[in-house]
Write a protein that binds this ligand. Structure first.
Ligand SMILES: [Zn+2]
Length: 326
């Protein structure tokens, strides 16, 4: 097994909040409990959502909590050449295709199909442009989710797989398109990718690479063995595993931490301007984050508290102690 490498990958859309601190703490503890490396990656690929200076604020907040990247942090905005190479690979093997649909087009197509439309639900792309653009201008690139090799486990990772990839699933048999994986916190997970998500965007109409592609490429390029992040991202996992399989990349282990809810029971997010994190006494915020993870309260010095949580995490998560330096 390769040496443990974990990461915390915040989007610089604002400072860390109580929810993102839980994910940061868990990813740091998991790396330390495994005697592994912990990296920081700034996920600024979605440029319109990023806030200038938020990356530096986040790095400073993490440092205040005692979390310092073991390698120089990386910014996704500097890595578009890597994403381009991956997209080109998928296009070359006909695993991705251009799409001319606007959001309105997708809504109309779903209506025509009589597909139920839940308010605020993600639009499931109906595959309109799979058969070609019929003269329309391409806006985005999408991944085919009806490829047999997405759903085959334990196949060898080799370039020859690309040839096999182009075997399409029978549309009439939806049970063949269920992706299964194990989450170290949530347990066994499944998603029927074509039904739940549909062919998803890799390269956006606004000329930016999609989050899913960037994350998968970076996790592989950085040799990440373990993804530990908030449960708000759990729904992305199947898409990322699909991309790993089609690009011939190793699949990391996944662990999604519980969400922090506001007093009114809503998920904390940067949108509800949730509660800037008060780090004047980091142990107060860290204790709150630790309690979400089911860890005991620590009252001593910050370094001692963190060390105690590493020990507790190690026993809670049943990390194989023989692989961990004392
Ligand atoms: Zn389309």
């Amino acid at each position: 097994m390769p040496a443990y490498r974990g990461r915390f990958a915040p989007s610089p859309t604002g400072p860390l909040h109580a929810g993102s601190l839980v994910a940061a703490l868990a990813s740091w503890l998991d790396a330390r409990a495994h005697g592994g490396s912990w990296l920081i990656r700034i996920e600024d690929v979605d440029v319109p959502r990023c806030v200038a200076g938020a990356d530096q604020v986040i790095l400073h907040q993490l440092q205040t909590c005692g979390f310092v990247s073991d390698e120089a942090p990386v910014w996704q905005s500097t890595r578009t050449a890597l994403y381009r190479t991956a997209l080109d690979q998928l296009i070359a093997h006909a695993l991705a295709y251009p799409c001319a649909c606007s959001r309105k087009d997708v809504e109309l197509a779903l209506q025509e199909m009589g597909a139920p439309r839940e308010r605020h639900a993600e639009l499931v792309y109906p595959g309109t442009c799979r058969a070609g653009l019929t003269g329309k201008n391409p806006r985005a690139w999408r991944l085919r989710t009806d490829l047999r090799s997405i759903y085959i486990e334990n196949r060898p990772l080799a370039p020859v797989e690309y040839a096999l990839s182009a075997i399409f699933l029978e549309a009439s048999n939806p049970t063949t398109s269920i992706l299964q994986w194990h989450d170290r916190w949530l347990g066994p997970q499944t998603q029927n990718l074509p039904q739940a998500v549909g062919d998803f965007v890799l390269y956006r109409a606004d000329g930016l690479f999609a989050y899913q592609l960037a994350v998968v490429v970076d996790d592989a390029a950085q040799g990440i063995t373990d993804v530990v992040r908030g449960a708000d991202l759990a729904d992305n996992t199947a898409r990322q595993i699909a991309l790993q399989r089609l690009l011939g990349l190793p699949q990391p282990r996944y662990l999604h931490t519980p969400l922090v809810l506001s007093a009114s029971g809503e998920k904390l997010s940067k949108q509800n301007a949730a509660l800037a994190l008060d780090l004047s006494n980091p142990m107060i915020a860290l204790n709150e984050a630790a309690s979400v993870l089911g860890l005991a309260r620590q009252s001593g010095a910050q370094a001692d508290g963190l060390a105690a949580w590493v020990k507790e995490w190690r026993s809670l998560m049943l990390v194989n102690s023989t692989s961990i330096p004392a």
